[in-house]
Write a protein of this length. Structure first.
Length: 568
């Protein structure tokens, strides 16, 4: 195939009716100010989508556009091009046609990239156009480090030899020994975890083996198994990185450290725990450079989102977000803070740890080692004249009472609590020792949430509900179960055979109306529960889950799994 001819992207989009001249001029000004590529400026400004740009380029060059979500990528063909070049040129080898390769490029008019790919592949190239986000997703999936991790584990095992090993040789005594086997192994584990969007890394010594697992979309996946002998070296290195006591192996320890992975700043929270076969380590990965999610992208139903917005724009009172660990509570609160953040508002957060960093707000890290706990910080925070206070978690009676008193005295307080649903939250506050009148007068509303896995778009197919699934659906749909179409993910290479890719939130919102405030003062909890369930009506997490099933976003099995977490 001949070299593609260069053209001006903006002019092509205007000619094809996807962009106005006014939008093009504004984008050119933004490009000068930011230095970003023009296509990225168009997308971020909301003028056109990434796919529209790729399709326009394909039409101009008269080459095919390939949607990688539905293309059967062969790993052995993709790996013909080394990962570094695939990332650098945003390109993928899609097909081996014998005398040529079909290559998908994000920017096919990049002449230098075209020439380099031709040289590296040593074959003729037939071009196709692909979107950048899809290319990066496929690269992350195909170029996994599983084999590399396995080889490094074996190398570390050989270096250890016996139980007595040289800490200096393994890079355990200094932070800068980058070539040490344990350092390279941990680097590969972290990079692989980032590529597959893992939220947690679990290093678990078992009888006769070391198990390394990732939590992806809320579900555990085995990454690799290695000789249990290397567990000690891994734990020691991680303890050094996080400033923990390497001589203490009998007590649990918690720490954190920062590292840079794939041009992103990652905050790693680490927790160690002594077990029968050695110390188990769990690490949570928090990407600091990720864009802050907006309220619109949380996935709340539009009517509920409008009600939630009204609550967080109230001048005083408390709004709680509840759910188990890993249900996205902090993300919801920070989406609210991002909307409230303005020069007119003084915002202070008290957290353990600070998970996101927002410019313009004051964030305080709790440190219980020096008795800097939530209640102590919160008392000090109120002397700094805040308009809005975010408390990471209502952990005890004192924190809850101070928070509710602050809500009574002209502050908007946002916080989280571990309860199963919205209805049980006010009762939980009373159980913590907070006076009933304080709960009734200070609490504005409660959002309860869970995260459900979404169906992989690449392998979604029609599904007939099983008898027990039909009975569950009837709780919400009555006799209309057969009037709807249901989907499931068959399992493909895009979702690693799971049928799921990504997650979305399911929510319910309980606002403290006059009848609920009166019921909260009642000494019989069942009375409040009855009134609260009537107030919720059909706007429950179960109903939201069913709505997502009907929209083809979630499987019936996944909706049932999540609902079983909070239903008796």
């Amino acid at each position: 195939m001949a070299r593609p001819e260069k053209f001006r992207l903006g002019e092509i989009l205007v000619q094809q009716g996807l962009l106005s001249n006014d939008q093009l001029n504004k984008a050119l000004e933004l490009q000068k100010a930011t230095g970003k590529k023009l296509g990225r400026v168009f997308v971020e400004a909301g003028y056109v989508s990434e796919r529209q740009i790729s399709e326009a380029i394909a039409r101009q060059l008269q080459v095919p556009f390939v949607d990688l979500k539905f293309f059967n990528v062969k790993p052995e063909v993709v790996r013909v091009l080394p990962e570094a070049q695939a990332r650098r040129f945003r390109s993928l080898v899609l097909e081996d046609r014998g005398d040529s390769y079909l290559v998908g490029m994000v920017d096919p008019i990049d002449i230098f990239a075209y020439d380099e790919l031709t040289r590296l592949l040593n074959k003729d190239i037939t071009l196709a156009v692909v979107t950048e986000s899809d290319v990066l997703m496929v690269i992350d999936r195909i170029y996994r480090r599983t084999e590399e991790i396995k080889n490094l584990s074996q190398a570390l095992e050989q270096d250890l030899g016996s139980d007595a090993f040289d800490l200096a040789a393994l890079g355990l005594t200094t932070q800068g020994t980058e070539d040490a086997p344990v350092v390279r192994l941990l680097q590969s584990i972290f990079e692989d975890a980032m590529q597959v969007r893992a939220s947690d890394i679990h290093i678990e010594p078992q009888e006769g083996k070391l198990q390394i697992r990732f939590r992806i979309d809320g579900v555990m996946h085995l990454q690799t198994e290695a000789d249990v002998k290397i567990a000690t070296a891994l734990v020691l290195r991680l303890k050094l990185m996080s400033g923990l006591d390497i001589s203490e192996k009998r007590l649990p320890q918690d720490g954190r450290f920062n590292m840079r992975l794939r041009n992103q700043q990652v905050d790693v929270r680490i927790s160690t725990m002594p077990t029968q076969y050695g110390e188990s380590v769990v690490m949570r990965l928090l990407v600091q450079s990720g864009a802050m999610i907006s309220l619109e992208k949380l996935g709340m139903p539009p009517a509920m989102l409008e009600r939630f917005r009204k609550l967080i724009h109230r001048p005083s009172g408390m709004v709680l977000v509840t759910g188990p660990t890993g249900s996205g509570k902090t993300t919801t609160l920070y989406a609210a803070l991002a909307e409230l953040n303005s020069p007119a508002n003084k915002i202070i957060t008290v957290e353990d740890p600070v998970e996101y960093r927002l410019p313009g707000i004051t964030q305080v890290q709790v440190n219980e080692k020096i008795d800097l706990d939530f209640s102590r910080v919160l008392r000090s925070v109120l002397r700094h004249d805040p308009d809005i206070v975010l408390v990471g978690e209502m952990r005890d009676h004192e924190t809850a009472q101070i928070g509710l008193r602050a809500a009574m005295t002209g502050h908007l307080v946002l916080s989280t609590l571990h309860t199963n649903d919205a209805v049980s939250t006010p009762i939980r506050l009373v159980d913590m020792g907070v006076p009933r009148f304080m709960v009734g007068t200070s609490l504005l509303g409660v959002v309860a949430q869970r995260l459900v896995r979404t169906i992989c778009e690449s392998c979604a197919e029609p599904y007939t509900p099983l008898p027990y699934e039909r009975e569950w659906l009837k709780l919400e749909l009555k006799d209309e179960v057969d009037a709807h179409r249901y989907l499931r993910g068959r399992g493909c290479q895009h979702c690693n055979g799971s049928g799921y890719l990504g997650r979305i939130g399911v929510y319910e919102l309980l606002e403290m109306s006059e009848p609920l405030i009166e019921a909260a003062s009642h000494h019989e909890p069942t009375h409040f529960v009855k009134v609260a369930r009537q107030a919720l009506g059909r706007e429950t997490m179960r109903r939201h889950s069913v709505d997502l099933v009907l929209a083809g976003r979630v499987t019936i099995a996944e909706a049932m799994r999540i609902c079983n977490q909070f239903e008796d």
